[in-house]
Each structure stands twice: as structure tokens, then as C-alpha cells.
Design a protein around this ligand. Structure first.
Ligand code: AMP
Ligand code: FE
Ligand code: FE
Ligand code: ZN
Length: 298
């Protein structure tokens, strides 16, 4: 039993993907699933994009759940891949929009690289097929995998990863990753809060104190791939470093077998604490702005 210090009987899911990255649900389908699961709040955290947030917000507006616009930014710290979740991001923030567009361009180029490698392996997959299948600005390996299955070259997504797309396999191409400290700064300047996704999957525990010192706000303690012991350990780590606790299912729809939404009970109190922190940050930024104006005679 995890001693989380939370008492909510209502729940949230703060890590979800749609067809605007590598999930299979549309925002409307995802909102419907969230309602049927009885979730009080959800965050959309597609990889390196906020393209689905407007539709998700509209889909949640009338009948809930409460919606938090977010993204999961592919990052690195001392050579290790990390995923940095951003919550309460302003999708209109111009620097964030520019940077996400840059990350998406790099993702598209990587798809070209992977398809080139497959072509050299005598698999005549057309890059247009992958982009048509992805139908979003933030394509990735799962879309290449789906195209390989669709074209009959592989019988499952797992086979596509195992034979071609996993690191070290012949069609794998290196991935651009923004330094985690830059991802945190990018999230902050867009009015958001930064939380390290699924630390249990990245073997990066030693990075957590440094990331906390760099201003990271939260830690995804609850995740479908965290064991109870891991969750307990990350709850303690979060407390030690004064990090907010977040959590989510990391549901990708039907792309990884059963949909995971609703399978994890993240206490709604996590959302209340996140929201309070975001509002505090906004007030402080307002004060700073007012202060700098007062100090500036022009
Ligand atoms: P990318 O960001 O393009 O490198 O793709 C990473 C995505 O591929 C993540 O969402 C992973 O969960 C997904 N992925 C990795 N291995 C597999 C697999 N064997 N089957 C399906 N999806 C996978
Ligand atoms: Fe994914
Ligand atoms: Fe992730
Ligand atoms: Zn994810």
C-alpha cells in the first residue's frame, strides 16, 4: 500500500496521447473515454506537439472532464533520453510554437532517414505513406511501424520495432533531444509547469536532484509501468526535493493493445496542487512584470 498522503476519491489522468502524436484516439474519443471512466481532470500530453489541445479543450468544455493543455517534450540530460511533461501551457505562446515547430521538423526529417534506411534494406516503403498514415505534425517511429505492418512487411508493431526500429536495429535513426534544462525553461516561459515523465522507465534517478535544482516543478510518480515499490520511492523522492506529484496512464489508445485510460487512479489532489502552483507562478510573473515596469523609466 502506497502511503501517498492523498485522500481523493476522485481521480485524474495527466498523461494521455491522441492521434496528433502516436495515440490512436481522436481528442473527442479520448474525452468520451475519460467521461466514461469518471475522471475529473485530464491532461493531453502528445509528444512534441499541442496540435490536439484545441479540439480536446472543446470536447471537454460542455460535459467535462476538466482539461489541462500540455505536451511531452523529448529531452536529454547528460546523454540520457528523458521526457519532460509541460502542464498548463499556453498554446499561443510564440516561443513555444516556434520550438515545437522545430522539434516537429526534426521528427519529419527522422522519418525520412528511417525510410531511406528501409529502402536500402530493399523495403520499398514510400515516405508519403508514413506521413499520410501519421496525419499529424509530430510523426515518429510508431507511424513507421504502422506503415510496415500495413504494407505487409511486418506482422505486428512489435515485430517492426524488434526487426527494424529499435535502437541498434538497421532502420533506427538517431533522435534529436532538447537539453532538459532548456525544456524546463521553454515550459516556464509559456506559463507552464515542468514534470519529469515516467522516471522509472528512463533510469535517470540521479538526474532528479539536478533537474529539481534547475527549476523542474514535478515528478510523475504514478505511471502504469511503475511498480508499487517504484511509486512509493518516487513519492518519497518528490517530497525530498519539494516536487509536485503528477501521474497518468500514458494511454496511447489502441496502439499498445488495451487502452490504459482509467487503469490508474491518480488522486485529483495532484491537480489542485498543480493548479495552485501554476497560479502562484502567474502571480509572481505579474509582480515581476509590474516591478520591471516600475523600475524602467521609459
Ligand atoms: P519516437 O519518439 O519516434 O522515438 O517513438 C517512441 C514511441 O514508440 C514511444 O511512444 C514508444 O512507446 C513507442 N514504442 C517503442 N517500442 C514500441 C513497440 N515495441 N511497440 C509499439 N510502440 C513502441
Ligand atoms: Fe508515445
Ligand atoms: Fe514518454
Ligand atoms: Zn507519453
Amino acid at each position: 500500500m502506497v502511503q501517498s498522503g492523498f485522500s481523493s476519491i476522485v481521480h485524474a489522468d495527466l498523461h494521455l496521447h491522441t492521434c496528433f502524436s502516436d495515440g490512436t484516439y481522436t481528442p473527442e474519443e479520448l474525452a468520451g473515454h475519460a467521461r466514461r471512466c469518471g475522471l475529473k481532470a485530464v491532461a493531453l500530453t502528445d509528444h512534441d506537439t499541442m496540435e490536439g489541445c484545441e479540439r480536446m479543450a472543446a470536447a471537454c468544455q460542455a460535459h467535462g472532464p476538466e482539461f489541462i493543455p500540455g505536451s511531452e517534450i523529448t529531452s536529454e540530460f547528460h546523454g540520457h533520453e528523458l521526457h519532460m511533461l509541460g502542464y498548463y501551457l499556453d498554446p499561443q505562446n510564440s516561443t513555444l510554437r516556434e520550438q515545437l515547430a522545430r522539434f516537429q521538423e526534426v521528427r519529419r526529417q527522422r522519418v525520412h532517414d528511417m525510410v531511406d534506411r528501409l529502402n536500402r534494406l530493399r523495403i520499398p516503403l514510400a515516405v508519403e505513406t508514413v506521413f499520410a498514415l501519421a496525419s499529424c505534425r509530430s510523426p515518429g517511429r510508431p507511424h513507421v511501424a504502422r506503415a510496415l505492418v500495413q504494407g505487409g512487411w511486418c506482422s505486428s508493431l512489435d515485430e517492426a520495432f524488434e526487426r527494424f526500429l529499435k535502437k541498434g536495429k538497421p532502420a533506427w535513426a538517431p533522435k534529436f533531444k532538447v537539453p532538459a534544462t532548456e525544456a524546463i525553461a521553454l515550459i516556464h516561459q509559456a506559463g507552464g509547469l515542468a514534470a519529469l515523465a515516467h522516471p522509472g522507465l528512463n533510469h535517470c534517478d540521479e538526474a532528479i536532484p539536478d533537474l529539481a535544482a534547475a527549476g523542474m516543478d514535478g515528478l510523475e510518480c504514478f505511471h502504469t509501468k511503475h511498480s508499487t515499490a517504484m511509486t512509493q520511492r518516487y513519492l518519497e523522492t518528490a517530497e525530498r526535493h519539494h516536487l509536485l506529484v503528477t501521474g497518468g496512464s500514458d494511454c496511447h489508445g489502441m496502439s499498445k493493445g488495451q487502452p490504459l485510460i482509467g487503469s490508474l487512479k491518480v488522486p485529483y489532489e495532484c491537480v489542485e496542487r498543480l493548479r495552485e502552483a501554476m497560479q502562484r507562478r502567474a502571480v509572481e510573473a505579474g509582480f515581476l512584470l509590474a516591478g520591471s515596469r516600475a523600475a524602467d523609466p521609459s
